[in-house]
Design a protein around this ligand. Structure first.
Ligand SMILES: NC(=O)c1ccc[n+]([C@@H]2O[C@H](COP(=O)([O-])OP(=O)(O)OC[C@H]3O[C@@H](n4cnc5c(N)ncnc54)[C@H](O)[C@@H]3O)[C@@H](O)[C@H]2O)c1
Length: 251
């Protein structure tokens, strides 16, 4: 098999939908053996925020495929868009469990398996919501900020192992998580407004995030470590500003 991931064994969580499903397809097309994991609807049923289930997922992958080279900790939940004062501790606990403890478990159990292979790549899906306010609910945003920090800590703690740990911060991508935004805009005939806040003036596709995950997973990113790569059409490149006061902004 040829391809950028030829001979590699990968786990992708949140594989049944959106970014995870697109990544499974892309990784396979690049030669990897991929175990897609999700609550349901993927190769393997696994709750990405449950320690015993993640440990078991890694153990079964190593037993069945001889090792592990790539872990894409991508599963996530939005938890809705209630404001800070409308969420309670139980809401926060569940969002943090899946979105932040999930990637922690992926690293905790994925990295030892990769060490046995002499290295590997761990990629976690964070979000532009983890950079600043305004792109998700409060607990979601905090969980994604945690993921950005987690990959830095993990990359450092894995020094000397040849295991790289990076995050991707997607902007608005059309997936199961954002269905309601797209559906509402279409209902109102406002689809062209989607993504208008970024310089590319459109929403992103799952394949555009999968492409970033492929880069980070592959040897092409062999010197990229401990980073959070933003893939958002340029949304986070600017502070909010008034186009009229700043003159020409487009050709
Ligand atoms: N869509 C966006 O605009 C956007 C933007 C930034 C970040 N993200 C992140 O991208 C990642 C993928 O989400 P998506 O946009 O593809 O949404 P999605 O809802 O289409 O896919 C998420 C998948 O994760 C699975 N999942 C949820 N909880 C799980 C658990 N406990 N264990 C295993 N699987 C679980 C779901 O069943 C689903 O299949 C998430 O981490 C999300 O926070 C999405």
């Amino acid at each position: 098999m040829t391809g950028r991931l030829a001979g590699k064994v990968a786990i992708v969580t949140g594989a049944a939908s959106g970014i995870g499903a697109a990544s499974v397809d892309l990784f396979r097309s690049e030669g990897a053996t991929v175990i897609g994991a999700d609550l349901q609807g993927a190769d393997v049923a696994c709750d990405a925020g449950d320690e015993a289930q993640v440990r078991d997922l890694v153990e079964r992958t190593v037993a069945g495929h001889g090792g592990l080279d790539i872990m894409f900790a991508n599963a996530g939940i939005s938890g809705g868009i209630d404001g800070l004062f409308d969420q309670d501790a139980a809401d926060w606990a569940e969002i943090l469990r899946v979105n932040l403890i999930g990637p922690f478990l992926a690293i905790k159990y994925g990295a030892p398996a990769m060490k046995a292979r002499g290295g590997g790549s761990i990629v976690a899906t964070a979000s532009v919501a983890g950079l600043r306010s305004g792109a998700g609910g409060p607990a979601y945003s905090a969980s994604k900020a945690g993921v950005i920090n987690l990959v830095k800590v993990a990359a450092t703690q894995l020094a000397g192992s040849n295991i790289r740990v990076n995050a991707i911060c997607p902007g608005l991508i059309e997936t199961g998580m954002t269905d309601f935004i797209y559906a509402r805009a279409r209902e109102r005939g406002q689809e062209s407004q989607i993504g208008r806040l970024n310089p590319l003036k459109r929403g992103g596709e799952p394949a555009e995030i999968a492409a970033a995950a492929l880069f980070l997973a592959s040897a092409e990113a062999s010197y990229v470590n401990g980073q959070a790569i933003v893939v958002d059409g340029g949304l986070s490149a600017s502070h909010p500003f008034n186009h009229q006061s700043y003159g020409r902004t487009s050709t």
